[in-house]
Ligand binder design. Structure first.
Ligand code: SF4
Length: 113
């Protein structure tokens, strides 16, 4: 943990930045969307040991984690660049900003407020 940033929150921010750059995708122009998704991924990593997609309903989260299909980056993202959470957006998307970097402190403030 650094500067009071929870370990898995930091890990998911770093993963998201690296993955956006690798895939040529961008974060949402409304960064509060990004904050909520990253927080959801970090919570699942805290609770289940894997960043299960936070934008879906599961009857049994532990079972879904074991299935791996919806562990981020999920299969639709890896195969077709489809992120229904709007964490990773193609540049042509109406919702895409121009950022592939995240300020963790700003994201945390958005979640707390
Ligand atoms: Fe990750 Fe896929 Fe969920 Fe997007 S839709 S946050 S890539 S698991």
């Amino acid at each position: 943990m650094s500067n009071n940033i929870p370990e898995n929150f930091e890990a998911m921010c770093k993963f998201s930045e690296a993955y956006a750059k690798r895939t040529g995708t961008f974060f949402c122009s409304d960064i509060s969307v990004t904050a909520v998704v990253v927080e959801g991924l970090a919570k699942h990593k805290d609770q289940y040991g894997a960043p299960l997609c936070p934008c879906r309903h599961y009857d049994d989260k532990a079972k879904e984690v074991a299935n791996t299909y919806w562990n981020c980056p999920c299969v639709p993202m890896r195969e077709r660049r489809e992120c229904h959470c709007m964490l990773f957006l193609p540049s042509g998307s109406d919702f895409a900003g121009n950022n592939q970097d995240l300020d963790m402190h700003i994201l945390l403030d958005l979640i707390k407020s």
